[in-house]
Design a protein around this ligand. Structure first.
Ligand code: C2E
Ligand code: MG
Ligand code: MG
Length: 716
């Protein structure tokens, strides 16, 4: 039976039932069209596909189809029908857009076939409508996605590739071709061709990586250099992931990215960094090293000395500071010229360095003056051997610019901490000893005599006198009020030491504190100050005054191992001690060398209810390290800034900066040294609320405070 002969009556009842079921389940729209009369009937599903009930469309018949057909699809439908009627196609088939009840268009696959002919003309046609909207939309979005992908690959210069290891076919995306300056019409990608374009070193790496991927399933991510098919050199990133089946690699997939621009920027940056590094090194060298000999200069020496001294205190051993002066060097310069002199100095520097031990520092601090730092000595005279070696090395004949020169050296030595003073002082002592070596006839060394040094003798006498003053209770604490500018009330007092000297009268801290700062005596004085201030605080509190008292603590005292324990014994005497009414003021100072340890001490004192202030902020170390690491509560602006703040814009700016800084670290600010009403007004405007200064009161004896306070309240 041919298709043309198919009759409806040929379909038996069994088939009809199934057909109906299928139509119901699948929602296929069925239509039946009398071609000559134009009468169109359709099933429920046909109408429902367009969102209508069958009854709604029924009266409109053929118009229900024609009216809802997208006008752009009419011609296509017409042609498909004509082709079928004219026998060109066996079936009518067209993808058409039909408008549904909501007004939106859906894609419909219309198929049909003429089932009755009359005199060669189509009489009746039966067909179906299938909803293919979903499928078409998917296809559409797939198309858009792939176009987008292509676009974004172009923008990002990222191509893709896939190698089927079974067929050996290598697939490149459009962008991969573009990166290679070619196109699919022009170039047939193969693994060998692709690898062949890489530069030699890159070729090795990619070949190995490909081998690994194929043999062991290991992916890669490489940055390589390659030529394009047109010979342009580019940087690329290529990655690979391996798909395996049954343990064997079957497919490699990856990206291929042009990273020439990034690489160029990276290289440029690397070059800049390198140049910076070189410049930085040169700067460092010129700042810290002597250009002639390459030895550390005076600045670096100070640092090395400081380090060696701290280490020696910790390890309880000795450091020798040797001041070396070349004897009769001036004569070499005068007789042979400066070039020969310079040459000699360079050679001597080498000889001296050779005579020292590894780790010792040799520095050139002036013309023919060198300083050696010989540390880690178990006993003071351990440096003798090194000193003798240095003398020998200098006195050996030296060849400079064709001349054989013989010189010698005089060395002065001082030993820390037998000679317990700061680096500058140590250098002066070594220098003094060097002069004595010269006086002794040169070519020898002389050790600084700590016991008999005049200055030291003098200092020792002073220390003994201060110690006696402590014993004889000649010290007294004066108190200076701290005022809250907003309320004009007194919030606390700072205790300041005075010496009632029997012969010299009232002495200020500047007259005696500097002498004891580096001596253990400052601990005894400091302990007396804390005890006295605490007793006074207790007294005022029993009188009903709600005040805090600040005490200045020297760095050496604070860093004593038993500082907190001592403080606790003093506080324990006052069971009613009000937490946070004792404040300890510490100056920023290089003497607080171990910030970590100081921070731990402060924390442990805080636990006892004692607060801390950084005193004289801005003039000392001014290191943010202190602010960041020390758990203090107050920041005291040094009086030198406050004094001139009304006339000096820089000082005012510094104060503003300190106030801002304090905000960042959540500290309260106290300005010291306010001498006028205007100072107070200006500070208040800047946001500094607490002050102390002569404007309110000079430091006064303890017994003068209550009367002063009373006179204030009566004068208000
Ligand atoms: P400081 O802790 O910064 O104390 C403030 C100093 O500024 C005090 O000097 C005070 O008299 C002075 N001062 C306060 N207001 C004004 C003002 O309006 N104008 C002027 N020109 N000066 C003002 P003082 O008492 O001579 O103390 C000097 C430094 O000695 C103190 O500075 C502190 O670092 C130290 N000091 C004082 N007492 C002790 C102490 O008991 N122990 C320790 N370790 N150091 C102390
Ligand atoms: Mg102070
Ligand atoms: Mg101060």
């Amino acid at each position: 039976m041919t298709q043309k002969d198919l009759k409806l009556s040929d379909i038996d009842t069994f088939d009809r039932e199934r057909l109906l079921l299928i139509i119901n389940i699948t929602g296929i729209g069925v239509w039946d069209w009398k071609v000559q009369t134009g009468e169109l009937t359709f099933n429920r599903q046909w109408a429902q596909m367009l969102g209508y009930e069958q009854e709604e469309l029924k009266p409109r018949g053929f118009k229900a189809w024609l009216d809802n057909l997208h006008k752009d699809d009419f011609q296509r439908a017409q042609k498909a029908l004509d082709d079928h009627f004219n026998g060109i196609t066996q079936e009518y088939e067209a993808e058409l857009r039909m408008r549904d009840k909501s007004g939106a268009y859906i894609w419909v696959l219309a198929t049909g076939k003429v089932v009755e002919w009359h005199k060669g003309k189509p009489e009746r046609m039966i067909g179906v409508h299938l909803n293919i909207d979903e499928r078409n939309k998917n296809e559409e979005s797939l198309l858009i996605t792939s176009q987008l992908l292509n676009q974004s690959q172009k923008v990002a210069k990222v191509g893709g590739w896939e190698l089927d290891l079974i067929t050996g076919i290598l697939f490149w995306t459009d962008e991969t071709y573009r990166i290679h300056d070619t196109c699919p019409e022009e170039f047939n990608p193969t693994v060998d061709a692709g690898v062949g374009y890489f530069l030699p070193e890159s070729k090795d790496r990619i070949s190995k990586a490909l081998d690994e991927a194929i043999q062991h399933g290991k992916g890669y991510d490489l940055e390589l250099e390659t030529y394009t098919t047109k010979g342009r050199k580019i940087d690329v990133r290529t990655t690979c992931v391996v798909t395996q089946e049954n343990g064997a690699s079957v497919r490699l997939t990856g990206i291929f990215q042009d990273i020439s621009e990034q690489k160029a920027t990276q290289r440029e940056l690397e070059q800049i960094n390198q140049n910076l590094e070189v410049a930085n090194q040169a700067l460092q060298r010129s700042a810290h090293y002597d250009p002639l000999t390459g030895l550390p200069n005076r600045y670096l020496l100070a640092d090395r000395m400081q380090q060696a001294m701290v280490k020696s205190l910790r390890k309880k051993n000795y450091v020798a500071i040797a001041f070396i002066d070349v004897d009769s060097f001036k004569a070499v310069n005068d007789n042979y010229g400066h070039d020969v002199g310079d040459e000699l100095l360079k050679k001597l520097a080498g000889e001296l360095k050779h005579a020292l031990r590894d780790g010792d520092t040799l520095s050139r601090i002036g013309g023919d003056e060198f300083v050696a730092v010989i540390d880690n000595l178990s006993y003071p005279h351990e440096s003798d051997a090194v000193l003798s070696r240095m003398l020998c090395s200098v006195s050996a004949p030296v060849k400079a610019d064709g001349h054989t020169l013989s010189v010698s050296a005089s060395i002065g030595v001082t030993i820390f901490p037998l000679d317990s003073c700061d680096p500058d002082q140590l250098l002066r002592h070594a220098d003094q000893a060097m002069y004595l070596a010269k006086q002794k006839g040169k070519n020898c060394y002389h050790v600084f005599d700590v016991e008999n040094d005049v200055a030291v003798k003098h200092l020792n006498e002073k220390l003994a006198r201060i110690s006696m003053a402590l014993h004889n209770e000649e010290f007294e604490l004066y108190y200076q009020p701290k005022v809250d500018l907003r309320t004009q009330t007194v919030v606390g007092l700072e205790a300041l030491i005075r010496w009632n000297h029997p012969e010299r009268g009232l002495l200020f801290p500047i007259d005696f504190l500097p002498e004891i700062e580096c001596d253990n005596l400052c601990i005894g004085v400091g302990q007396w100050v804390i005890r006295t201030a605490l007793a006074q605080l207790h007294f005022w509190q029993t009188q009903g005054l709600d005040l805090s008292v600040s005490v200045n603590i020297s760095p050496l005292h604070l860093q004593q191992g038993d500082f907190t324990a001592q403080l606790k014994t003093y506080l324990d005497k006052y069971p009613n001690y009000k937490a946070n009414s004792l404040d300890l003021e510490v100056v920023e100072s290089s003497a607080l060398h171990d910030v970590e340890a100081v921070s731990a001490i402060i924390e442990s004192c805080k636990a006892l209810g004692v607060t801390f202030s950084i005193d004289d902020f801005g003039v000392g170390y001014s290191s943010l390290v202190y602010l960041k690491r020390l758990p203090v509560r107050y920041l005291k602006i040094d009086k030198s800034f406050v004094r001139d703040m009304l006339v000096d814009a820089d000082d005012k700016a510094i104060i503003e900066g300190i106030i801002e800084l304090a905000k960042v670290f959540k500290l309260s600010v106290i300005a010291e040294g306010i001498e006028s009403k205007e100072h107070g007004e200006a500070l208040l405007e800047l946001g500094c609320h607490y002050v102390q200064g002569y404007y309110f009161a000079k430091p006064m004896p303890a017994e003068a405070f209550m009367p002063w306070l009373e006179s204030r309240s009566t004068s208000k």
